[in-house]
Design a protein around this ligand. Structure first.
Ligand code: PLP
Length: 425
């Protein structure tokens, strides 16, 4: 035991020989598993587009908890509903009817091509439900024994064993073998590879309309039409992962609406609860008979408290037509970025839709993200060379102007630093 630990234990008045809580906490090391390479910032308060850290420093938030706080931080309309619900009822088992769930499902199906909803707690769980539903539909309803799901290279679908296997990035799979059977990834936009991958066991094709974690790559419309055609020809289900693109972010309530298609199944999470942890899998009516009582479930999926957050969030997104606002503010942000960086060779391409924008740069951007934090601007990467911007759907022109000015300064000093380095070599 170090001197420091001794002092802490002595001051706490605990018995040094027993493994007490304060004995453990006296260690300087964190008691968390180090699964995240955390930034050196502790955020403690948020409102709208702004966050404050534990030192009182203010940040303009252009990452929104990674596409979660679509209504901004601590939106009054959701806070009010949650406070009311906290005084009424937090949790009941899904063995009972939960009126808030029926209400949220009715709202989501009235505003999409889906007819049925299953509520869970996260994006990965929503995708698990989608994969399970696709298998069960083929096996129990169609009697075909199909199970395989085809996904795309660079996709991201979650961190559970099935969803990391579905994910088309090897880095999330390392050290987790054996992976579950029944998944294949093919390169995006490669029609031949996709056609060759389809076989007797294929149950579904699953994709994001914009590969967000993979680098902000929108899927080409012709490729999407081809997928739809192949699904029809081969009797496959089309699953769209809307976990990052959904809830208005791309300028439509769901990004597949840009493509004029109707998936059999789609999944949402992140933006659906304004920060309350909730996910949902939505599907067409003909899939209902595959998910009979006892076939799938979740203790916490769709609790009254979670549904209060979802109902307040979705009602607001729909009634205030926030997808349209995301489209126009996204166009404004894109125009500002394009004009500001047109003559900056370090910025190679700016792409995305609505308020999900990626700036592909000529080198790693991790240091720019850190420099942004020290200046009071929060954004993230999407792969090593891409800056990803995800402001909330209420973002103002003034906030966008400020973000673009700060980014211009950050990128210019980054480029100057690189030039200095290369002159010294
Ligand atoms: N799918 C997509 C497209 C995502 O962006 C994410 C998370 O970033 C997930 C699935 C997994 O969601 P969760 O982290 O809530 O499990």
């Amino acid at each position: 035991m170090s001197q420091g630990e001794h002092t802490a234990v002595a001051q706490s008045g605990q018995d040094v020989s027993s493994p007490s809580l304060s004995n453990k906490n006296s260690k300087q090391e964190s008691s968390l598993f180090p699964t995240y390479a955390r930034y050196p910032v502790a955020l403690v308060k948020g409102k709208g587009s702004w966050l404050w850290d534990d030192q009182g420093k203010k940040y303009l938030d252009f990452m929104c908890g990674l596409a979660v706080t679509n209504l901004g931080h601590a939106p009054d309309v959701v806070a009010e509903r949650l406070k009311q619900q906290i005084d009424e009822l937090w949790h009941v088992s899904n063995l009972f009817h939960i009126p808030g769930q029926e209400q949220a499902a009715a709202l989501l199906t009235a505003n999409s091509c889906a007819d049925a909803v299953f509520f869970c707690n996260s994006g990965a769980e929503a995708n698990e439900a989608a994969i399970k539903l696709a298998r069960r539909y083929h096996q129990k309803v169609k009697g075909t024994g199909r199970y395989e799901v085809i996904t795309f290279t660079q996709s991201f679908h979650g961190r559970t064993l099935a969803t990391l296997t579905a994910t088309g990035q090897d880095k999330v799979k390392e050290g987790f073998t054996p992976l579950p059977a029944g998944f294949k990834s093919v390169p995006l936009h490669d029609v031949d590879a996709l056609e060759n991958a389809i076989g007797d066991h294929t149950a579904a094709i699953m994709l994001e309309m914009i590969q967000a974690e993979g680098g902000v790559y929108p899927v080409q419309p012709e490729f999407v039409q081809h997928i739809v055609k192949l699904c029809k020809e081969h009797g496959l289900l089309l699953i769209i992962d809307e976990i990052q693109t959904g809830m208005g972010r791309t300028g439509k309530l769901f990004a597949f609406e840009h493509y004029g298609i109707e998936p059999d199944i789609f999944t949402v999470a992140k933006g659906i609860g304004s920060g309350f942890s909730v996910g949902a899998m939505l599907g067409k009516g003909y899939l209902k008979e595959a998910f009979t009582a006892g076939s799938h479930g979740s203790t916490f999926g769709g609790t009254p408290l979670a549904m209060a957050a979802v109902n307040a969030t979705v009602e607001t997104i729909v009634s205030e037509n926030l997808p349209e606002r995301a489209a126009s503010m996204g166009a404004y942000l894109m125009e500002k970025l394009e004009s500001r960086f047109a003559k900056v060779p370090f910025v190679k391409e700016i792409r995305g839709k609505g308020l999900l924008i990626g700036m592909e740069c000529a080198g790693p951007v991790g240091d720019i993200v850190l420099a942004g934090q020290s200046k009071g601007l929060l954004f993230v990467t999407a792969g090593p060379n891409v800056i990803r911007l995800l402001p909330n759907l209420y973002v103002t022109e003034a906030e966008i102007d400020l973000c673009v000015d700060m980014l211009a300064e950050l990128i210019s000093s980054h480029v100057q630093g690189l030039e200095k380095e290369s002159n010294h070599e």
